[in-house]
Write a protein that binds this ligand. Structure first.
Ligand code: NIG
Ligand code: FE
Length: 413
């Protein structure tokens, strides 16, 4: 099926080439005003201004009028924990009542709470839950996604999560990348015996993950009370032997050298970045590692937003992602993450959209198929409701400005 979309008010995010955007380039979101867009075989075939459309309609099976609408590339959500067994709203209420993180952990809350639930769930149950979340985020405009393990914390449960992600990959209409996050927290039995758990990761989990092709990336939660910088290095170096690229949780709660070590390990991205010193910002800006900001997690945990402006001004390449997970961001709505980037971090709408599309695609090595309106890329597209200008998208943060989502040339429903 081929389709020609006509009278698009603005075709936004058009690029001849995929480029990782940093500094001033992040504010440049190229567009064609009053445009047409041709889609063939699920891919973007051609586009241009309406006055050059000629008799193109003859070459297409269907023609669709998009008067008043903006068409942009789907969100590229490069950081999620989409596979989990249960929500954690009781912790949310406990926090409102004033309980501290330590008190919630003592009640059995936090990552270990999610791990208990994943342990008890079957692969099929996890798959069903994750599938319905995936449908929801696609409807909200996500057209490519990264998903982590990390609520297993045992050999069997980590592999179970990764096999669920593999099944999602095989059946999903959108591209998925898998990240092994066995090093999310120490299971209780290994609280005082870190090496024992690291041995399990290195000798029991990684070889099977490599054998079954279960992951593209490796992640470690590098924070005080979780994994140290040295432990992160050990785990990453072992995973790199199996060609897994590091993509790491650092600087959410502490600035303790995790970011510098991640850069030294050639990490694809460093994610969270709520707690950044001037040195951290400088080092990231000088590196080729992408800084992935998770504004909805900062919002949900009532933490200061990430220093997006300082990062952009220093020349760092930044991406925006949802961090969809039951503990710190129970929303995978990327339009909301984009709005919060503008509202809470003073990013321009163009910067936030670039960070959530082109740079997000780079942050999961999907830049060749997603993240921009480029001939040959997948036709994974957001069709907005009629809008007066692009800024209306983040401005209307509580309203759904998305009219339709197209995945590989078909409208998703
Ligand atoms: O990315 N910070 C570490 N991991 C998750 C949240 C973990 C949880 O509370 O379940 C995150 O925010
Ligand atoms: Fe996360």
């Amino acid at each position: 099926m081929t389709m020609l979309v006509t009278n698009i008010k603005q075709l936004t995010g058009v690029r001849e080439q995929s480029l990782l955007l940093r500094g001033e380039a992040l504010a440049n979101l190229p567009f064609v005003q009053d445009a047409y867009l041709g889609i063939k075989d699920g891919l973007i075939a051609e586009y241009g201004p309406m006055h050059t459309i000629g008799n193109r309609a003859d070459a297409y099976d269907a023609v669709m009028d998009a008067t008043g609408q903006f068409v942009l590339p789907c969100w590229c959500d490069s950081h999620t924990h989409l596979v989990f067994a249960a929500t954690r709203e009781e912790e949310f209420v406990d926090k409102i009542k004033g309980l501290s993180y330590a008190e919630i952990a003592a009640k059995g809350g936090g990552i270990l709470n999610s791990a208990k639930k994943v342990e008890a769930a079957t692969e099929l149950e996890l798959l069903r839950l994750a599938w319905s979340r995936l449908q929801e985020v696609i409807q909200q405009g996500t057209g490519a996604i990264e998903i982590k393990s990390g609520y297993g914390l045992s050999v069997d449960a980590e592999l179970k999560m990764l096999r669920v992600i593999k099944k999602l990959k095989e059946t999903s209409p959108i591209p998925i990348k898998a990240t092994f996050l066995g090093a999310h927290t120490y299971p209780l039995a290994y609280k005082e015996h870190h090496q024992g758990y690291i041995d399990l990761i290195i000798h029991e989990m990684l070889p099977v993950i490599a054998e079954e092709g279960l992951a593209d990336f490796v992640d470690v939660f590098c924070e005080n009370g979780f994994f140290s910088v040295d432990e992160m290095e050990t785990i990453c170096k072992a995973a790199m032997q199996y060609w897994l690229t590091p993509k790491l949780h650092v600087n959410q709660l502490n600035s303790m050298g995790g970011l510098q070590k991640a850069i030294e390990l050639n990490a694809l991205s460093v994610d969270h970045l709520e707690t950044m010193t001037a040195r951290d910002i400088h080092d990231l800006a000088k590196s080729s590692t992408i800084g992935t900001l998770l504004p909805t997690a900062a919002f949900f945990l009532r933490m200061p937003f990430q220093p997006a402006r300082d990062l952009i001004d220093a020349g760092a390449a930044i991406a925006i992602a949802s961090d969809f997970n039951p503990g710190s961001s129970p929303s995978g709505n990327m339009s909301l993450a984009v709005a919060m980037s503008c509202i809470g971090m003073k990013m321009l709408p163009e910067e936030a959209i670039n960070a959530a599309t082109m740079n997000g695609a780079f942050a999961m090595e999907l830049e060749h198929e997603a993240g921009s309106i480029t001939v040959g890329k997948r036709a994974n597209l957001i069709f907005t409701k009629p809008m007066s200008s692009l800024a209306l998208l983040p401005y209307s943060f509580g309203s759904n400005m998305i009219d339709k989502v197209m995945i590989s040339g078909e409208f998703f429903s």
